[in-house]
Design a binder for this molecule. Structure first.
Ligand SMILES: [Zn+2]
Length: 406
């Protein structure tokens, strides 16, 4: 590395360590920011010589990155941004901190994918899904798909691993010369009824989808979730035992195996490592308090709420909604989510915007109780499972409250 990059990398690590010592989070954003101020090409310098996978999409990228890093770990140490710092500052910090690892698996915010492609020249890019996110700041889904498609066209050497079940992802990836398709399912269809190629309606039947006006249709996936396992491109079925709940995470595991295969990792060698992942930055974490087994699920946009309902047991459920800056300020997305799967469960609501949620639940005919604190929720439910589904800052609030109590 050039001297300037070495200095920048060293200062970046020190800044991150100081930030951690001061109790200000894991320091990866500030460390990366300072490093990039000293050497604007620091990310490219740190990426050079490593085999890198980038993982992007609206939902599931933190979990899939964690699973893919575990799978690639069969080969040796892997640099990764495990705490969701998914912009170039976070990537810079993760690589500076890791030192000379031959491999890196990086979660990338979907807006930053073109820029990070240029800086890191990855071997593999995994595209998970595209759906509406924060209403007041995110790009339109179709614009994002176009941006990905254009960026990938400029990097024909990159191997793309993409979700065959999401028409927007398929269209973004379809121009790339080397694509491996996986099937991870798509529960949320409301952002892909219109073909991004020709504007005609998209039709669906069982697992299949096709455009009624052009040749865009679901490609045949090489990696498929089947029963409690994953079928690989050679047709062999591998049992997947995850500590993470839901079929969504089986799909994430299939993606992780497909990414690792591009590094030469065989699924038979990787599956046992997937089962070591217990929680991801607090998500899916389980804690016991007063005889209640509390599980934390993060849901930040309509598609991920549907997934959370699928992952949650049929048990008392606490929903918490905030609308602070990281969450997006507009809560009208609540009306995009069908809350009817919660009917018949004991439902408690809390958070800054609990009343917005209350209106939504009324309309969906779901009965609920409002609570002011997490402790109150715990007292109101019987011993046993309590599912907690919260959006971003509400999730952080509950984690902090649990940490204080435990
Ligand atoms: Zn079409």
């Amino acid at each position: 590395m050039p001297l300037r990059a070495k200095v920048a990398s060293s200062v970046s690590r020190t800044a991150a360590a100081l930030s951690r010592a001061a109790g200000r989070g894991d320091g990866s954003v500030i460390g990366g920011w300072i490093g990039l101020k000293i050497d604007p090409d620091l990310l490219a310098h740190l990426a050079a010589g490593r085999a890198i996978a980038l993982i992007s999409g609206t939902n599931g990228k933190t979990t899939t990155t964690r699973l893919a890093a575990a799978a690639v770990g069969v080969l040796g140490p892997v640099a990764t941004n495990g705490f969701g710092a998914n912009m170039p500052t976070g990537h810079t910090s993760a690589l500076a901190k890791a030192g000379q690892t031959p491999y890196a698996v990086l979660e990338v915010d979907e807006h930053y994918l073109p820029r990070v492609l240029v800086a890191t020249e990855p071997r593999v890019v995994a595209l998970l899904n595209l759906s509406r996110d924060q209403l007041d700041r995110a790009k339109e889904v179709a614009m994002m798909a176009q941006m990905w498609r254009t960026a990938l066209a400029e990097h024909p050497g990159v191997h793309v691993v993409a979700n065959a079940d999401d028409p927007m992802v398929v269209w973004a990836a379809a121009g790339s010369p080397a694509v491996t398709w996986f099937s991870a399912g798509q529960r949320w269809h409301d952002d892909s009824w219109v073909c991004p190629e020709c504007g005609s309606p998209i039709e669906r039947q069982a697992d299949q989808w096709w455009c009624t006006g052009c040749s865009l249709r679901r490609p045949v996936p090489q990696w498929v979730v089947e029963d409690e396992g994953v079928v690989d491109p050679r047709g062999a079925w591998h049992k997947i035992s995850l500590q993470l709940p839901g079929r969504v995470n089986l799909g994430n595991a299939a993606t992780a195996l497909a990414v690792a295969a591009q590094f030469g990792v065989r699924p038979t060698d990787a599956v046992s490592r997937l089962s070591t992942v217990a929680s991801v930055a607090g998500r899916y974490a389980q804690v016991v308090r007063d005889g209640r087994n509390i599980r934390l699920l993060l849901a930040k946009n309509p598609a991920s709420w549907l997934e959370a309902f699928d992952m949650a047991d049929n048990a008392p459920t606490l929903l918490s909604i905030n609308a602070r800056d990281p969450d997006g300020l507009d809560t009208s997305w609540l009306f995009d989510v069908d809350f009817s799967p919660l009917r018949g469960r004991q439902v408690l609501i809390t958070g800054d915007r609990a009343y917005d949620l209350a209106v939504r639940l009324e309309v969906n005919d779901v009965r609920f109780q409002h609570v002011r604190t997490f402790g109150e929720a715990v007292r109101l439910v019987p011993p046993g499972r309590l599912e907690v589904i919260a959006n971003y800052t509400a999730f952080q609030d509950i984690r902090a409250e649990l940490d204080r109590v435990l």
